[in-house]
Design a protein around this ligand. Structure first.
Ligand code: G4P
Length: 277
């Protein structure tokens, strides 16, 4: 599971974060609502300890609504401002503007006391790969967003996106490195599609997902594939393969194909709104 992140990657990402953090007041930390703990790197707490903090439970549209509420309360108790969002949907980001103001109230008052007027709040989006950082920036900034980040030679220095007269967003997100210490973290990140499929065994992964679904979301597999939910995960995968006609030449069941299809259907929300932790 560690394959994608070598220590060198981590050092580089950390250095970038440290540099960018110097420039900003607020960290907008994106987590995947389907696995908020596994998609979070707690090192950000140390790195961003002087900053205002906003946690966005992104892809909330794919996650279990009840668990969204629980995770939201969990992070609020820890002292973060929190919002549940679908970053592809501009409407769901409406509340984020007012939450940013609240999260930065202290800074705004401090500026006032010092006689500094109209210094915008500067914010940075951060999160592990694939959590939705670019999508969030594009939707949140809307038409105001001019993408200059990917043109080598064009971008010199930092680019800021002016959201309104009081908030500016750094156009390059901070990339946090996933923390794979616990093997379950890697599994959950692979299930939600944040670890590339070519570095995991998708059949094994699908068996773990089947086992979890059967325990935590009874009825989901039956509704989607019309299969009985008793029996070992291997049997469930076999039934999914049969139900969907996943066959190899010679009419043997194609488990790999069934596993890939199951994972795709989970990731895209076709199995319903499911949270893994
Ligand atoms: P990153 O910058 O953090 O690496 O993530 P990015 O924005 O590229 O988003 C990764 C994938 O997650 C994209 O899908 C994006 O559409 C999807 N996504 C982002 N936010 C949300 C959300 O709130 N809800 C849902 N359901 N999906 C979200 P993709 O399949 O890689 O690309 P595409 O096929 O959608 O273009």
């Amino acid at each position: 599971m560690n394959l994608q992140w070598y220590p060198g990657h981590m050092t580089k990402a950390r250095r970038m974060m440290q540099e960018n953090l110097k420039l900003i007041d607020l960290v907008i930390e994106l987590l995947d609502a389907r696995a908020p703990q596994s998609s979070r790197n707690p090192d950000i707490d140390e790195l961003g300890k002087q900053k205002s903090r906003l946690v966005l439970l992104n892809k909330a549209d794919l996650a279990d609504e009840k668990k969204n509420q629980k995770w939201s309360a969990f992070f609020q108790e820890k002292g973060f401002y929190v919002a549940m969002v679908d970053s592809r949907n501009r409407g769901s980001l409406k509340t984020v503007h007012s939450i940013i103001q609240k999260a930065c109230q202290e800074k705004i008052e401090r500026d006032k006391r010092r006689g500094i007027k109209n210094r915008p709040i500067r914010a940075m989006v951060a999160g592990i790969p694939n959590v939705g950082k670019s999508t969030f920036i594009n939707t949140f900034a809307g038409k105001a967003c001019t993408k200059t980040g990917n043109q080598p030679g064009v971008t010199k220095g930092k680019q800021w996106i002016r959201l309104n007269k009081s908030v500016e967003l750094l156009d390059t997100p901070g990339i946090l490195w996933p923390k794979f210490d616990d093997p379950q973290v890697g599994e959950r990140l692979a299930m939600i599609g944040s670890v590339k499929d070519d570095v995991v065994n998708i059949e094994e992964l699908s068996l773990k997902l089947l086992s979890y679904l059967r325990e935590e979301y009874p009825g989901v597999l039956n509704r989607r594939y019309h299969i009985e939910e008793d029996g070992e995960p291997v049997k469930l995968l076999e039934e999914v393969a049969r139900a969907r006609g996943c066959l190899k030449k010679g009419a043997d069941l194609d488990y790999e194909k069934a596993a890939a299809m199951l994972l795709e259907e989970f990731r895209s929300g076709k199995l319903g709104r499911i949270t893994l932790e």
